[in-house]
Design a binder for this molecule. Sequence first.
Ligand SMILES: Cc1cc2nc3c(=O)[nH]c(=O)nc-3n(C[C@H](O)[C@H](O)[C@H](O)COP(=O)(O)OP(=O)(O)OC[C@H]3O[C@@H](n4cnc5c(N)ncnc54)[C@H](O)[C@@H]3O)c2cc1C
Length: 301
Amino acid sequence: MKLKQEILEKIKDVIGKANVFEEEPMSEHTSMEVGGPAAYLFQPETAEDTAFLLKILKQENYPFYIKGNGSNLIVHDEGYDGAIIEMMKMNRIEVSGTFVTAECGAMLKDISAKAVEASLSGFEFASGIPGSLGGAITMNAGAYDGEMKDIVTEVTLMDKEGNVLTKKNEEMDFSYRHSLCSDGDYIVLKAEFQLAEGDSSEIQAKVDDLSARRKEKQPLEYPSCGSTFKRPEGYFAGKLITDAGLKGYCHGGAAVSDKHAGFIINKDHATAAEILELISYVQEEVKEQFGVELKCEVKII
Ligand SMILES: Cc1cc2nc3c(=O)[nH]c(=O)nc-3n(C[C@H](O)[C@H](O)[C@H](O)COP(=O)(O)OP(=O)(O)OC[C@H]3O[C@@H](n4cnc5c(N)ncnc54)[C@H](O)[C@@H]3O)c2cc1C
């Protein structure tokens, strides 16, 4: 579905030609490296440009989807017949005392590096998660006993009408891999964290240790979305999948990692269909063998 030419020209005028892409392959914008073209991909550089896009797309009744770094996103082979609004060009990071404020497109590894530089501790757990701040707040991303909800003080959001609002941590409805933004009702513009003063070499040592543990345990050499499934209460997804005999199981170019069965990987030029079929097969087998429902952590569009 195409936007009217005059509308597209208006969008180019406001957000800049260089930030507008047509028929853009989503395999190039997602860590799983699958997915057909989005009719449009827009990369707003400011909150004002984002509000403009929301208003004009609403006026045209045109579907859109907000994305960050695409490290938790699978797009179908048919692509997305609408506009992807990719928030990665809003990525400033500022440090003031023990507070860090970052825009949604800042990568967690870059925020972590700033925290190390400023001798601030508390962000180390997130340093190896390969996503943007917007995606991490939306998902309440977490690792190694830390979650975004533990360090966020305040989040600046935009609603679908383009209004900007600020929410305190307790208003963000954070829970396991969930937040107020999970249903797509709000866009994360920026967030503030409170960290603690520490020793920069000790903080760096912790970041390095967590990075080494990831390299040892996770199949980082293959495209993936990290853990495919949420942790079912009382179980570990990886153990259930291993016990179901599916570790290393392949379907076309998709595979259950033989290094970490919780990861479904793009082993050899998989299609999105192969990845999604494998996800369903794993869910069915685990349900049949153990009666446990594996819910996807990964978002599918
Ligand atoms: C190798 C690997 C390891 C991983 N390890 C971990 C881990 O340890 N812990 C963990 O929690 N996750 C992990 N992940 C998953 C992923 O990195 C996180 O979920 C990350 O927070 C997603 O951020 P993103 O910017 O890539 O979001 P995307 O994948 O682009 O989007 C994810 C969701 O967030 C929404 N979103 C993105 N930006 C915004 C925004 N600005 N406003 C509103 N909504 C937005 C999207 O609509 C979508 O619903 C891993 C992934 C990989 C590939």
